[in-house]
Design a protein around this ligand. Structure first.
Ligand code: HXC
Length: 541
């Protein structure tokens, strides 16, 4: 056989292998194209949620969609979605043919100014954002990942509550979420934004998170709605009056802040996020700030009025001490006699608790004690140092306070400060009277550094009240009482008796306060403090 003839079968075989290869390649290319097309199509469907008509309705109410909200909340392009194709599995009440991908909640993670957070955003266009078994499972997955990986969880709530068609499966789903909220509490920061309805037992998931922000006019939270209220109690009330942002930021204190629209609320969440560590495993964040740590504020030297009963604005002290004058206030509309919020001192996140002499003379009462106690506990759980600014004439007297349980509620604040092991620095600007002196992060309940301005008055009570008790028999003689009052003032209306005992570490000039506080916190940055072994304490709830 010639050589040419002998090679023919090999050539044919090679050609046919090539042809088969080309065919396979074409088929693969086509099917890849089909798969990619199918994937894109499925993604597009999922992104449309409940469809354009419902999206338009959402927009017509002034609300963004679940995905648009995430676009505002997270850094551009940082969102990674999980479980986009998860569909509900209920077959009752005509649900068998209703499989909307995502099942009414968009979940995943992204970044805020480069720092990671897990998120879920309920999609009202899909079954009214109602919570089914699978919807709950998506949220649970995100909560589990957040705790495991040490990153906060931000939930955007816009939901008609339990998926009515599902019954107990939905209720079980809620309870699974609740349980995880509790596991996550103190492990990672949890932030809720209420951006639509949040009613019935559904309110208890946000209620167990650290911060609740609401949107005015479009969001509400209540355990039972206006119709049930009317049937049971005969009260006629609108949803807004019953559970709108105004009600919850001013009266109930369920919510921490209210904003005019979705965008404003979400941008404020970004601002809050920057003050928080990602988890309890981390220290509080430090950011580069454009402010001089030793900056003097001469105006603070003349801020305290000559008359001890004349109020001044503690907010002025706070903003003058803070880096770049920036302060993020929490619960501004509730219990104005105490101010809580975050500032930075030389870049370091610091939690601030301050009496406000402009409201109720800065007295501690039920609402202010509860407000501050929860904040102190949050800061302690997340390693955020505490700065306490004191001007407190005591606890608010009256039957309303006693009947309302000021003893138990005031004890919350005392307890919270006493158990807190984060760095605690206290500055007394004027009054620190009676039990309230002890409560407001005094040395005795283990504040680390305690300063006072020369204007401080640290005493059991004001000079007039004290004189009237000690010298009751002389009350008819105005001159004598005036002299006794002046004597008492000279002895106790100053910081020096406390300083002599070491209860105050130093009496500092107001204009130097920023520098002294920053230096105090710098000595405490590696503070270690532990208490006795126990399962948990029993704070007076
Ligand atoms: C299933 C629901 C739903 C729900 C709303 N939808 N709520 N689907 N389960 N819970 C659907 C509607 O059928 C509608 O579908 C779409 O969502 C939008 O609802 P609308 O009523 O058209 O919207 P709107 O007029 O804005 O009223 C919103 C609403 C209202 C106030 C939330 O829908 C409502 O009252 N829903 C029921 C609320 C409720 O009673 N939930 C259970 C609470 S008890 P289409 O297809 O028309 O778009 C609970 C217990 C939790 O949650 C317990 C946890 C422990």
């Amino acid at each position: 056989m010639s050589r040419e003839k002998a090679e023919l079968p090999l050539k044919c075989a090679q050609e046919s292998v090539l042809a088969v290869g080309e065919l396979v390649e074409n088929i693969t290319e086509n099917s890849n194209e089909n798969i990619i097309e199918a994937l894109e199509k499925r993604r597009e469907e999922a992104r449309l949620g409940g469809g354009q008509r419902r999206i338009d309705t959402q927009h017509s109410k002034g609300k963004l969609t679940a995905r648009e909200r995430l676009d505002v909340l997270l850094d551009p392009g940082s969102f990674e979605e999980y479980d986009m194709f998860v569909a509900q599995r209920c077959t009752d009440f005509g649900m068998a043919d209703q499989e909307i991908p995502g099942d009414g909640v968009v979940t995943g993670w992204g970044t805020i100014n480069g720092r990671m957070t897990y998120v879920f955003s309920q999609d009202f266009t899909v079954f009214g954002g109602s919570l089914s078994e699978t919807h709950a499972r998506k949220i649970c997955k995100i909560l589990d990942l957040a705790v495991q990986n040490g990153a906060p969880i931000i939930g955007l709530n816009d939901s008609g509550g339990a998926r009515i068609q599902e019954g107990v499966d939905s209720l079980g789903g809620y309870a699974e979420v609740f349980w995880r909220n509790v596991q996550a509490s103190g492990a990672v920061p949890q932030i809720s934004v209420i951006m639509g309805p949040c009613a019935g037992g559904a309110v208890y998931s946000p209620a167990m998170t650290d911060f609740i922000y609401m949107v005015r006019d479009t969001s509400y939270m209540f355990v039972t709605g206006p119709d049930v209220v009317k049937t049971v109690t005969n009260e006629i009330v609108t949803a807004e009056e019953l559970g709108g942002a105004g009600t919850h930021t001013q009266k109930s204190s369920v919510a921490d802040a209210a904003f005019d629209n979705d965008i404003e609320a979400l941008l404020e969440v970004r601002r809050l996020f920057d003050y928080l560590p990602l988890s309890a495993r981390e220290k509080a964040p430090v950011m580069a700030m454009n402010d001089e740590p030793a900056r003097q504020e001469m105006s603070l030297d003349t801020l305290i009025p000559a008359n001890a009963n004349t109020p001044y604005d503690m907010m002025e002290v706070i903003t003058k001490l803070a880096d770049e004058g920036e302060f993020l206030e929490i619960q501004r509309a509730h219990a104005g006699n105490i101010i809580i919020g975050f500032m930075r001192l030389d870049g370091q996140s610091v939690g601030v608790v301050a009496n406000q002499p402009m409201v109720l003379a800065g007295c501690l009462d039920i609402n202010s004690s509860k407000k501050a106690a929860r904040f102190v506990r949050f800061c302690d759980a997340f390693n955020i140092p505490l700065l306490t600014l004191v001007d407190v004439p005591g606890f608010l007297p009256g039957t309303a306070q006693e009947y309302g349980g000021i003893i138990k509620h005031g004890a919350k604040l005392l307890f919270a400060y006493a158990e807190a092991t984060v760095p605690k620095v206290t500055l007394i600007t004027r009054k620190a009277y009676g039990g309230a002196y002890d409560v407001m992060a005094s040395k005795h309940i283990r504040a680390d550094v305690n300063y006072a301005w020369p204007s401080a008055e640290i005493a059991v009570m004001g000079a007039k009240g004290a004189t009237e008790i000690i010298y009751r028999s002389e009350l008819g003689d105005a001159d004598k009482i005036a002299k006794r009052t002046a004597d008492y003032e000279a002895r106790f209306a100053n910081p020096f008796v406390a300083a002599e005992r070491g209860f105050i570490d130093d009496v500092i000039m107001p204009h130097n306060s920023r520098k002294r506080l920053i230096r105090a916190f710098s000595t405490l940055k590696d503070k270690k403090a532990t208490g006795p072994v126990k399962k948990h304490n029993n704070i007076p709830l």
